[in-house]
Design a binder for this molecule. Structure first.
Ligand SMILES: Nc1ncnc2c1ncn2[C@@H]1O[C@H](COP(=O)(O)OP(=O)(O)OP(=O)(O)O)[C@@H](O)[C@H]1O
Length: 274
């Protein structure tokens, strides 16, 4: 990975961020003898685009998995919307407004774009399985309301033309966009994006950058993202936290992080003291 210049400029500093919405305090996580995260603290402000970067194996995905309740850290505290989060699993995290996309696309390949996006509405559905199966009364009205919301997201992401296409037939960049749509369907307060640009060409990356910024601007969604493309990270993030071998080695604005000697060393693979 190189700290190369961005391909396009999206105007960092255009947003006003709010108070701290998520505060991670002294998080440590081990898998047996492997220390994935060691005493990591950082916060995320409302309406912020916050990036987590670091070399391979630095602990970035583990950190996202701690935030959305997949992993429970052995030490540390997570404060979400002012409350200490205790024993929150991924279902409870999703219910409380934390949505997520994955490093490897996790969509139902045989289902259409619209149906995949509808699966993102599941947590919002009140009618039970039997009512839905019978398509009865309130369930029918509810289904229509959810479809309208899904169609709004499809319009927003400019994927109307493929709404009935099975996801497996789409090129990779569009599948990533559909995955973003499914996460948005949950109307999250915090959106966790795990390498949203991975495997994309320059044009697809520019489109994805634009959609991430539009989600942030228009819906006010707070975004935490892991990304390996330094040009993208430096261009769209308000603040960046840098991990290396499970430890935090940098935290600040893109300019601060870019000139941090520990960060430069980590990316150049020098000065390792682990
Ligand atoms: N479920 C697991 N079981 C055992 N070890 C794990 C598990 N998940 C992660 N690790 C280990 O924790 C460390 C951090 O991994 P993690 O996937 O969080 O890093 P990363 O920064 O996301 O890496 P990459 O950029 O390659 O995706 C690595 O040493 C990894 O092997």
């Amino acid at each position: 990975m190189q700290m190369n210049e961005p391909e396009a400029h999206f105007g960092v500093g255009r947003r006003e961020t709010g108070p701290v919405i998520l505060d991670l305090k002294n998080i440590s996580l081990s898998f047996g003898g492997v220390k994935a995260l060691t005493d990591i603290s950082f916060d995320v402000r409302q309406h912020e685009i916050r990036a987590i970067i670091g070399p391979n194996g630095a602990g970035k995905s583990s950190m996202l998995n701690v935030i959305n309740g997949v992993y429970r850290p052995q030490q540390g505290q997570i404060v979400y919307r002012g409350e200490v989060r205790k024993n929150m699993d991924c279902y409870a995290a999703a219910k409380s407004g934390i949505a997520r996309t994955f490093q490897n696309i996790a969509l139902f390949k045989g289902m259409t774009v619209l149906d995949n996006i509808m699966t993102g509405r599941n947590l919002k559905m009140k009618s039970n399985f039997l009512m839905q199966a019978l398509y009865w009364g309130p369930a029918r009205r509810e289904e229509i309301a959810h479809r309208i919301k899904a169609e709004e997201i499809i319009d927003f992401l400019e994927i109307q033309a493929i709404r009935k296409t099975p996801v497996g037939r789409l090129p990779y960049g569009l599948q990533k966009r559909v995955e973003l749509g499914r996460a948005l369907a949950a109307e999250p307060e915090i959106l966790l994006l795990d390498e949203p640009m991975a495997g994309m060409n320059v044009e697809e990356k520019q489109d994805m950058c634009r959609f991430i910024l539009d989600v942030n601007d228009q819906f006010g969604t707070t975004i935490v993202l892991i990304e390996h493309d330094m040009g993208v990270v430096m261009d769209i993030s308000d603040r960046v936290v840098v991990l290396d071998y499970g430890k935090k080695i940098g935290d600040g604005t893109p300019d601060e992080v870019r000139s941090n000697q520990d960060v430069i060393n980590a990316y150049l693979g020098v000065g390792s003291e682990h």
